[in-house]
Ligand binder design. Structure first.
Ligand code: GNR
Ligand code: NI
Length: 176
């Protein structure tokens, strides 16, 4: 039994963050280890969601826990092969950030509610309707599985400025 491990989070720009991830076919112990590591990495960051491509694994798997009350019990969720089966017509705007784009934030408009179907770690199918920050987060994470980042919704100039900042950050990190 491996202890849980914090994995390195890829920083934009990275080709792996622009790649469409592959469906999960093997519901084995390796997948369990990956999910556990992703949860630990997410809580450590800290973040409310994390998609496998962000730790360099091009599989369709995400974790999230959007419980924000300090005293409420955590709700770690693992969604494998998630698919949006319904989107609300009404939209909501949330300030988004991304662990792969540190310290950059932008207001992004998305459907306010979504219904998502996925497999759990046993391969069993689950369905749930998400709203509020859960809806925003699950859409942000599913975008990662499709090689899409929140900055892709911004105007090109703003996106370029952020990408330049991230290239500089990565250069500085490489020298440290
Ligand atoms: O921690 C995160 N916070 C967040 C805030 C608003 C909308 C989406 C997110 S997800 C982000 C973690 C992350 O980068 N997941 O891919
Ligand atoms: Ni993200």
């Amino acid at each position: 039994m491996e202890p849980m491990a914090i994995r390195d989070i890829l920083i934009h720009p990275d080709p792996r963050l622009k790649t469409v991830a592959n469906p999960v076919t093997d519901f084995d112990d390796r997948l369990r280890v990956l999910a556990d590591d992703m949860l630990e990495t997410m809580y450590d960051a800290p973040g409310i969601g994390l998609a496998a491509p962000q730790v360099g694994v091009l599989k369709r798997l995400l974790v999230m826990d959007c419980v924000k009350e300090e005293d409420a019990p955590p709700r770690p969720m693992v969604l494998i092969n998630p698919a949006v089966t319904w989107l609300s017509e009404d939209c909501a705007t949330h300030e988004e950030g991304c662990l792969s784009i540190p310290e950059q934030f932008a207001e992004i408009e998305r459907p306010a509610e979504v219904e998502v179907t996925w497999n759990d770690l046993e391969g069993k199918q689950e369905t749930e309707r998400f709203e509020g920050i859960w809806a925003t987060c699950v859409q942000h994470e599913i975008d990662h599985l499709n090689g899409k980042l929140f900055i892709d919704y911004l105007k090109p100039l703003r996106r370029q400025m952020i990408t330049r900042k991230m290239k500089k950050l990565k250069r500085e990190q490489a020298r440290a």
